[in-house]
Design a protein around this ligand. Sequence first.
Ligand SMILES: [Mg+2]
Length: 218
Amino acid sequence: MVKAALPAELVGLGLDPDRPLVVVDVDEVLAMFVRAFERFLGGHGLEMRFERYALYQNIFRPGARDHLDLAEGRRLFDLFFLTDMADIEAAPGGAEALAALARDCSIVIFTNAPSGSREARARWLAANGLDYPLVCGQGPKGHGVAELASRTRGPAAFVDDLLPNLESVAEEAPRVRRFQMVADERLRPLAFGDPARHRRIDAWAELGPAIAEALGIG
Ligand SMILES: [Mg+2]
């Protein structure tokens, strides 16, 4: 299998080998991404319909039966990250939960965001009390999470909303404890999951202590 190239900031990231590790996604985990993207689309005369766990296929012109052209959706997605990233609200309780975990663990934020949006993403994280090492990647996250987990002797956990990322980590870093979190209430019933393989907890107030317990801390 061809593995995704590791992002440079991941390769250069130093981790304390004696601390447990928590790797956390951003959009729909720490950030209410789709809610902000929906507002942005409204400003462009478009709407989102929550019919499936997809992004571009959920963008419509009002009254239209077919979703927007996928390439146009992609263009708007990239534009959103350049212009409206700062408007995303933080997921409730995320900063508090990570601050509690950070007393005993290394925290790494691992996001797939368009290239060129890294600085805006880092500013957003800092402004929302989430100033932890940031890795911006592309594609399935298993390879990167396996590399990070190999740098600690302690246990590790991974949180993401997307089943393909959780499956990728299960395959490439099977020792890492996996949690699925979906921040937006409208997306929760649409998210593909496999709770027997990846524990599903949609609220940080419950998720933070569950991660701590899985890592044997606190
Ligand atoms: Mg996400």
